[in-house]
Design a protein around this ligand. Structure first.
Ligand code: AMP
Length: 406
């Protein structure tokens, strides 16, 4: 039997199927450009010899319903039998679970209604997630569906970490508070770190750094998130590919007065034209490192600012945690850029963090330790796997629900 993991975006659907018994990936794919004449599906499946076989198809797909049908059709065609009959459950990535969802949830009408009610908090993401859920429920009515929330892992933050210093009424009336995102990734790497270190997660203090085009840090105390850098929205915190991260909120008003642009445009600039791209015109860290090496001052500044911000958060979360067992780097930049890891950890020996530069720059995949022998704090590089974590949680939640029914 299979578990399907679905990440439904506004014009794309990303999916991966896992073998139920082993939770190893069996097929995966991406349908892009939904709503156009040339929607493209790239479907890959593991053939019996263990090789990935790729199918590429282009056809007009007008909406998500057609998109999901297309994916199920291609999946079924690429297997000997009907894939539909073998599906144990579907796990949906949902960006915002608000305060309502502290854990993944079986999707019934009430849960779906609650996710829809959260749309104002994530107007760019939750609507597409809801569409994906509705269509898959229609297409596979007998298959249990589970929502796994990006925010849920951070719902253990204490009030002192999640409140903003604003009039209390804004929290009560509008839910203005820190929620945090990338929770599935932080949770996955925290669990993988514990397994790697051979210690119970409930006894570990970790600083997890998800550094990709979107980036966030989390302080994980005894396995639970006690603080994280993203806030009401994913705009707060670290410098990202195109998002500013932390800035003085007065900048918005100052810019509005100076430029006369409406707040909607300024919000767009902070989300889409800022961060690394705003500083140096590029948001791809590989390109930035290359240009910095060639002497491009703006690229150098972007690189330095990015690493400096991460370092400040390591310091802050060290203080929040008191003791730290390991710092974990993950995400496209965290996993692949030895230079970012090196600069970020530079000068942290006072905190017991020292990198072994040879281990750091060795080209290796998988989980690895990159600290020196003397380093009190372990420094780990762990490839994230959000889809796997969603599949694991989906199986767990469905298993629990079935157990309760019996
Ligand atoms: P993600 O959003 O997690 O896919 O990460 C995307 C980011 O990872 C982009 O900024 C890429 O440039 C960056 N990245 C991927 N590989 C490398 C690499 N080898 N060195 C530096 N940055 C990388």
């Amino acid at each position: 039997m299979r578990v399907i993991v679905v990440n439904s975006g506004s014009s794309s659907i990303k999916y991966e199927t896992f073998d139920l018994a082993t939770l190893s990936a069996a097929s995966k794919g991406l349908l892009e450009r939904i709503g156009t004449q040339d929607s493209r599906l790239k479907h890959r499946r593991l053939d019996p010899s263990g090789k990935w076989e790729e199918i590429n198809e282009t056809r007009p797909i007008s909406d998500h319903r057609e998109g999901f049908s297309f994916i199920l059709e291609v999946s079924a065609r690429s297997r000997s039998g009907s894939e539909m009959a073998e599906i144990f459950g579907v796990g949906h990535r949902v960006v915002h679970g608000g305060e309502k969802f502290r854990e993944p949830a079986i999707i019934d009408d009430a849960a779906l209604g609650a996710i829809e009610e959260l749309i104002p908090l994530a107007p760019l993401h939750n609507p597409a997630n809801v569409t994906g859920i509705k269509v898959m429920r229609d297409l596979l009515p007998r298959v249990p569906q589970v929502a796994v929330f990006d925010t849920a892992f951070h719902q253990t933050m204490p009030p002192r970490a999640f409140h903003y210093a604003l009039p209390a009424e804004f929290y009560r009336s509008f839910g203005v508070r820190r929620y945090g995102f990338h929770g599935t990734s932080h949770q996955y790497v925290a669990g993988a770190a514990a397994r790697h270190l051979g210690r119970p997660l409930a006894k570990l203090n970790l600083i997890t750094l998800h550094l990709g085009n979107g980036a966030s840090a989390a302080a994980v105390e005894k396995g639970k998130s006690i603080d994280t850098s993203m806030g009401l929205t994913p705009l707060e915190g670290l410098i990202m590919g195109t998002r500013s991260g932390d800035i003085d909120p007065a900048v918005h008003f100052y810019l509005q007065r100076k430029t006369g642009r409406p707040f909607g445009e300024i919000e767009d600039i902070l989300n889409k034209e800022s961060g690394l791209k705003g500083i140096c015109g590029m948001n791809d860290m590989r390109e930035i490192q290359k240009r910095a090496r060639e002497g491009d001052g703006r690229a150098e500044l972007a690189f330095e600012m990015f690493c400096y911000r991460v370092k400040k958060y390591i310091g802050a979360y060290y203080a929040a945690l008191g003791t730290v067992d390991a710092t974990v780097f993950t995400g496209g930049i965290g996993e692949n850029s030895a230079l970012v890891r090196s600069r970020t950890c530079e000068g942290l020996s006072g905190l017991g963090i020292t990198l072994d530069e040879n281990a750091n720059s060795a080209a290796a995949g998988g989980i690895r330790e990159i600290q020196t022998e003397e380093s009190r704090v372990k420094v780990l590089v762990i490839p994230t796997n959000e889809e796997h974590e969603i599949a694991r949680q989906t199986v767990e939640v469905i298993g629990k629900a079935k157990g309760q029914k019996q």
